[in-house]
Design a protein around this ligand. Structure first.
Ligand SMILES: [Zn+2]
Ligand SMILES: [Zn+2]
Length: 281
């Protein structure tokens, strides 16, 4: 344990807090439930320096705080994954959002009103390549940053989660990409110009379908994001805290929800619920 840098933050991992800027700014944020969470810790000062992350062995549900052995979804315990609206099917598959189905109601009506029955944006973004996606309006632009998009453009606004999910599903069924290849996303930034032709194809489909949520051209503004990356990894090996509870290296950059270390990358969001100690020089 000689020569380790000091502990600068400890807490229960959740996805990093992001702030739009040039470059994008990241902070560690604590998912502790039922106690005082640690303050956010800005990562920018540690870029280029040594970092050391140690998983303490404790895992806590990010919704209820219960101790557990294994997480489901975004750091949820099994009971929460089965009962809480945050873990319901429509979060991953919006076209299956079921509010309004009398025999298959939402798990929580107030959650449905606050989340599902709200305007959603259909967008295109450039992550590993051009793709379509959807998000609730207040999640613009953090959703784009979380996925490591270097450019994004809103194309349509629909009244609720199910409506936008159905349009995205239809686009996906027609062959428009809706996934990110994370290892490709971490090998470099694609040129932002790749997005406009893809956006034009999606707009053409929406027009052909007579989609009423299509935004006027003036509101389909391209946004660009620059990530704090000093060096791209040669090989995109990913660290797994279950197998390697201590991870260290030089912090070469941050993109999406990944820390890029000189010896590999780690998706911090994937370890939501894991209690860690973060050391940095
Ligand atoms: Zn729970
Ligand atoms: Zn829903």
């Amino acid at each position: 344990m000689a020569n380790l840098p000091p502990v600068v933050w400890s807490g229960v991992l959740r996805k990093m807090r992001v702030a739009d800027g040039d470059p994008v700014a990241y902070s560690l944020a604590d998912a502790t439930v039922g106690g005082e969470p640690a303050p956010d810790h800005a990562l920018a000062p540690h870029l280029g320096g040594p970092v050391h992350l140690r998983f303490t062995g404790e895992i806590r549900c990010t919704l209820c705080g219960r101790a557990m052995k294994k997480t489901f979804g975004d750091g949820y315990c099994f009971p929460c994954s089965q009962s809480r609206p945050e873990a319901d099917m429509c979060i991953v598959r919006p076209e299956l959002c079921h509010h309004g189905h009398a025999d298959h109601p939402c798990r929580d009506e107030s959650f449905a009103q606050a989340q599902c029955f709200q305007p959603h944006v259909l967008y295109v973004s450039l992550t590993s390549g051009a793709k379509v996606g959807i998000t609730r309006r207040p999640n613009v632009p953090s959703r784009w940053i979380d996925q490591g998009a270097v450019a994004a453009m809103p194309l349509a606004v629909l009244p609720d989660r199910r409506a936008v999910g159905l349009v995205e599903k239809r686009l996906s069924d027609e062959g428009f990409a809706d996934r990110t290849h994370w290892s490709r996303m971490l090998k470099g930034d694609p040129p932002a110009e790749e997005l406009a032709p893809f956006a034009a194809q999606v707009v053409a489909r929406l027009e052909a379908w007579g989609e009423r949520g299509l935004l006027p051209a003036a509101d389909r503004q391209l946004r660009q994001f620059r990530y704090p990356v000093r060096a791209w990894p040669d090989k995109v090996a990913s660290f797994n805290l279950d197998k390697t509870p201590e991870v260290q290296g030089q912090l070469d950059g941050i993109k999406g929800q990944y820390l890029l270390l000189d010896g590999g990358v780690i998706n911090l969001r994937k370890f939501s619920g894991y209690r860690v100690e973060f050391r940095a020089g």
